[in-house]
Design a protein around this ligand. Structure first.
Ligand code: NAD
Length: 421
């Protein structure tokens, strides 16, 4: 998805604008005079930008632009995923790293925020080439990583296999390696429940909203059928919800009475796509599905000023499974129409919560059951959701603004306690 952003509409600018506005609402200048609180939250601690060169299988070389942004360690070690995608760029990684800082603060996980990315189409590399690239990437930033320093995790196009390579490469330089990366395979110290965590958390929040707002039998659409989208669909379907439309980068399918998610998952595993799934009709654009709830689980700004009007008039709720899926311009229009948005830093926090549990289990050397992991995650997600909803009602704010307020208030207090030196 190489989308051209309108001026001032890219995800980084949108996040920075939200931080600035939140600083005003929280009256940082008055409460912490001279402390430059907004700048101290918004400006990243360290930005690492480098190129990785690897030998290709055909005897040539591959050259790749790489990034790691260490956004803030105010509340704990830097923490955030590693995105592998041809559209990865500096501003995107900075925006994603900032969202991580806000997310960990909001859901009470003792981490800061960071993010990494490699500008690459992984489908264009052999498995050996991809492994070489990940190992080279780790080798070049090894001094900045560490279980108490900076802890990568999965993101778009990276999963347990890539996390295993990160772990294994890092082991060459440090003995205390297990907690250096999360989202690892179980055999290498991964946590039960990590794979499902983000999608299950998204489903839980959707259910909580429906329960609180008496939304009965809503039609749900899910954009993106990767890690987050698949587990969200699976859980929602187990909960008895009607998932009517699903899309991936190759197409979109719809069935008004509800897709059979178990069969769709098996079909996707076999064919690598959702298009042409037998029990459904093709749909050109998922935004046109007749849904009550839309759950974007793909890339940034998939809903923007140019396509927001394609969303049907039934729409009541957007749950942001992806990071920054709704541009500010689209958000204003949706708010005007009375659509509720559950923001990314709340909705998709299940992943970082269970990453934290993985890190804790690695340190303890004691591993928990899946029920224990997911039970704890559910408790944290619900507590954060209720905090945000109650604060929003009390202060008459939209949910994203309320979530930013709660998150930034905590970071600002921590900065203030740490003093000005
Ligand atoms: P993934 O690579 O597993 O899946 C991405 C999916 O998006 C794929 O199905 C791909 O086909 C689809 N996609 C790409 N372009 C599309 C398009 N134009 N239309 C429809 N679908 C499209 O990635 P993921 O880990 O599921 O991450 C998805 C989003 O969730 C990202 O924004 C990521 O930052 C966010 N997120 C992921 C996690 C996690 O634990 N994996 C945690 C928090 C947030």
């Amino acid at each position: 998805m190489h989308r051209k952003h309108r001026k001032n509409e890219d995800p980084f600018t949108c996040v920075m604008e939200m931080i600035r506005r939140t600083g005003e609402i929280l009256e940082f200048d008055k409460r912490f005079p001279g402390a430059k609180m907004v700048e101290r939250i918004a400006i990243s601690d360290k930005i690492i930008r480098f190129k990785s060169i690897i030998p290709r299988d055909d005897g040539g070389v591959g050259v790749f632009q790489c990034y790691r942004v260490q956004q803030s360690d105010t509340l704990g070690p830097y923490k955030g995923g590693t995105r592998l995608h041809p559209s990865v760029n500096m501003d995107e990684v900075k925006a994603l790293a900032t969202l991580m800082t806000l997310k960990t603060s909001l859901v009470d996980v003792p981490f800061g925020g960071g993010k990494g990315g490699i500008c690459v189409d992984p489908k264009g590399l052999s498995v050996m080439e991809l492994e070489r690239l990940i190992r080279r990437y780790v080798n070049q930033i090894k001094d900045d990583l560490g279980p108490d320093e900076d802890i990568p995790a999965p993101d778009v196009n990276s999963g347990p296999r890539e996390m295993a390579w990160i772990y294994d490469e890092y082991r060459n330089y440090s003995e205390s390696a297990r907690g250096v990366v999360t989202g690892k395979p179980l055999e290498l110290g991964g946590s039960l429940g990590r794979l499902q965590a983000t999608g299950y958390g998204v489903a839980l929040i959707t259910e909580r909203f429906c329960y609180g707002n008496k939304l009965v039998n809503p039609a749900i659409s899910i954009e993106g059928f990767g890690n987050v989208g698949q587990f969200a669909a699976m859980k929602l379907s187990e909960m008895g919800f009607r998932v009517i439309a699903v899309s991936d980068s190759g197409g979109c399918v719809v069935n008004q009475t509800g897709l059979n998610i178990t069969r769709l998952l098996a079909y996707k595993r076999e064919k690598g796509q959702v298009a042409d799934f037998p029990d459904a009709k093709p749909l050109g654009n998922i935004l046109e599905a007749p849904m009550d709830i839309h759950i974007p689980c793909a890339l940034g700004h998939s809903i923007n000023g140019e396509n927001v009007d394609q969303l049907g008039s039934n729409l009541k709720l957007i749950v942001e499974g992806a990071n920054s899926p709704v541009s500010s311009q689209a958000e204003k229009i949706l708010e005007g129409k009375g659509v509720t948005l559950v923001p990314d830093i709340l909705a998709n926090a299940g992943g970082v919560i269970v990453s934290y549990y993985e890190w804790v289990q690695n340190r303890e050397g004691l591993y928990w059951s899946e029920d224990e992991v997911l039970g704890r995650m559910n408790g944290k997600m619900i507590a954060a959701y209720d905090r945000v909803v109650n604060y929003a009602e009390e202060k008459k704010l939209f949910l994203r603004q309320a979530a930013y307020c709660l998150s930034m208030e905590k970071i600002a207090r921590a900065i203030n306690y740490r003093g000005s030196q």
